[in-house]
Design a protein around this ligand. Structure first.
Ligand code: AMP
Ligand code: MG
Length: 399
């Protein structure tokens, strides 16, 4: 059963997602498509394997010859070499991946033979064999024309095996989603710079940039920091909306007198579809659509809020722009907490966790949404529904 707050949260995500269209597709050289999103289904251009090949190093023979015991070795069939013939009463020495001659119906592995100069003795009897043994049959993995990977799929390392095997030289993928990052706050100085006691070094910018750069389907086109002046935010947002498919703002999104992000979004022609959600941290989050269908996320300024809302909301919505399914989150699963407490909220609570080697999770000590030190020790967070507490299992989202 979905709980009301979770329903509200999903509804907010879908309100924005429904207005976002995937970016255009383009033909990308196969060497560059790892980590990109497939824009057309991938079909096999040939059988796999393309012909019968050996699964072992050994000897290809006719099973009906087996009683001969010793066979002259007539040819060698190595991987990458054209298929040979097997003349009656002889054996072909074969290597893993080598084409099996049409006349052979078994491959005897090398361990079951005694090799001599120019001949081989097979130490198996007809009772020891199964027809087709150690032969990978043509088309046993898939047939030419078979649909293998649907469009909208992220090309992870495992999927690259089919793309490289069956894909054309140029693969149709969605182009990278261009994202701008705009950090707001008069108190910010760039990392590495001296800071007065009333200033802080911008950590949200680097967190967001590195988080987004983990995904090859995203291109960070610009990261800028601006003060808490409406006109400054409007100018920067306006210029990023020209460059990017999505803009991630941080800070200035709540109710303070210096919080100008909602107004700046409106001034740039953006339309807010949700503002504030029943979550902690990250309650002031804002989701909007730009004048040309861009995604605009106003993320709250506190460091833990930024990380959590970027992971939970921004990434989900960016997936829609990238051509992927909004409702699947590959880096999420259920985990049990080993050190639960009885605290609960009437909001959805994102609690930072560390993963343990046994697959369970441990709650991080955290003093709240400003605790960037606990953020640095965490591996992700669990999503605890309102009014609940305890060990779970809860849904984990890893960074
Ligand atoms: P705001 O949402 O602008 O009110 O900011 C909330 C808190 O987050 C304040 O304590 C800010 O100083 C802090 N904060 C805002 N932006 C950043 C940033 N880029 N890096 C680190 N902390 C920030
Ligand atoms: Mg601020």
């Amino acid at each position: 059963m979905q709980l009301p707050q979770l329903d509200q949260l999903m509804a907010a995500i879908h309100r924005v997602a429904d207005l976002l269209s995937p970016v255009n597709s383009e033909l990308t050289p196969v060497e560059l498509v790892a980590g990109r999103v497939l824009a057309e289904p991938l079909c096999a251009d040939r059988d796999s394997p393309p012909l019968n090949v050996s699964a072992m190093d050994g000897y290809a023979i006719r099973s009906s010859d087996l009683l001969l015991k010793t066979f002259p070795v007539q040819a060698i069939a190595a991987a990458g070499v054209k298929k040979t013939c097997l003349t009656p009463h002889t054996a072909v020495r074969i290597f893993t991946g080598g084409p099996v001659p049409d006349e052979a119906d078994i491959v005897v592995k090398r361990e079951d033979t005694v090799e001599h100069e120019g001949s081989v003795t097979i130490s198996l009897t007809p009772n020891d064999i199964v027809l087709g043994q150690n032969i990978r049959k043509q088309g046993e993995n898939c047939r030419a024309g078979q649909a293998l990977i649907p469009s909208g799929t992220l090309l992870t390392a495992s999927r690259m095996s089919s793309v490289a095997t069956f894909g054309p030289a140029m693969v149709s993928t969605y182009r990278q989603v261009k994202v701008g990052i705009l950090n707001t706050g008069d108190e910010l100085v760039p990392p590495g710079q001296p800071a007065q006691p009333w200033q802080i070094r911008d950590s949200n910018g680097p967190v967001l940039e590195s988080f987004l750069r983990q995904h090859s389907w995203i291109e960070v086109v610009e990261r800028r920091s601006v003060g808490d002046e409406l006109s400054e935010i409007v100018d920067a947002l306006h210029s990023q909306l020209q460059l990017a498919d999505a803009v991630m703002l941080t800070g200035g999104v709540s109710m303070g007198d210096r919080d100008h992000v909602p107004e700046a979004i409106q001034a740039c022609g953006g339309r807010a579809l949700f503002h504030r959600l029943p979550i902690r941290p990250g309650k002031p989050i804002l989701g909007a659509i730009g004048p040309n269908g861009q995604l605009i996320c106003g993320l709250p300024g506190n460091p833990v809020s930024v990380a959590v809302t970027a992971r939970r909301f921004a990434l989900t919505l960016l997936r829609k722009l990238s051509g992927q399914n909004v409702d699947t989150d590959p880096a999420s699963r259920m985990v049990t907490i080993v050190n639960p407490d009885s605290k609960m909220l009437d909001l959805i609570w994102y609690r930072l966790i560390k993963m343990l080697p046994d697959g369970n999770a441990e709650l991080c000590d955290s003093s709240g949404s400003g605790d960037l030190v606990s953020l640095s020790t965490s591996d992700g967070f669990v999503e605890i529904p309102a009014g609940q507490s305890g060990a779970g299992p809860w849904l984990l989202r890893s960074w």
